[in-house]
Unconditional design. Structure first.
Length: 115
């Protein structure tokens, strides 16, 4: 059974940092393009960061460029999102996504940023 499990979310003040993780089981992440999406309450899902296969090029949405960094550790079958200088508008559920021959979603982890 394939599972993507996000962790590391929480409540922080504006300007602080968090690192969230997505641990995979039942699949090998080095065969998948990985991404982080976020979904604020009552709004649509937004792609914010992606990384191609084995440490290839990365993508960042303009809203997080320069503040967030995506990385992967294939040995641990885990990807990370380092989030610095967090802003209240970063408040959302953050979801992990794997895309290969099929695609998989995690259930998400809540990040709340107060001013």
């Amino acid at each position: 059974q394939v599972q993507l499990v996000e962790s590391g979310g929480g409540s922080v003040q504006a300007g602080e940092s968090l690192r969230i993780s997505c641990a995979a089981s039942g699949l090998s992440l080095n065969a998948y393009a990985m991404a982080w999406f976020r979904q604020p309450l009552g709004k649509g899902r937004e792609l914010i960061a992606g990384i191609i296969y084995n440490g290839g090029p990365t993508y960042y949405a303009d809203s997080v460029k320069g503040r967030f960094a995506i990385s992967r550790d294939n040995a641990k079958n885990t990807i990370y999102l380092q989030m610095n200088n967090l802003k209240p508008e970063d408040t959302a559920v953050y979801l992990c996504h794997a895309r290969g021959a099929t695609e998989f979603w995690g259930r998400g982890t809540q990040v709340s940023v107060s001013s």
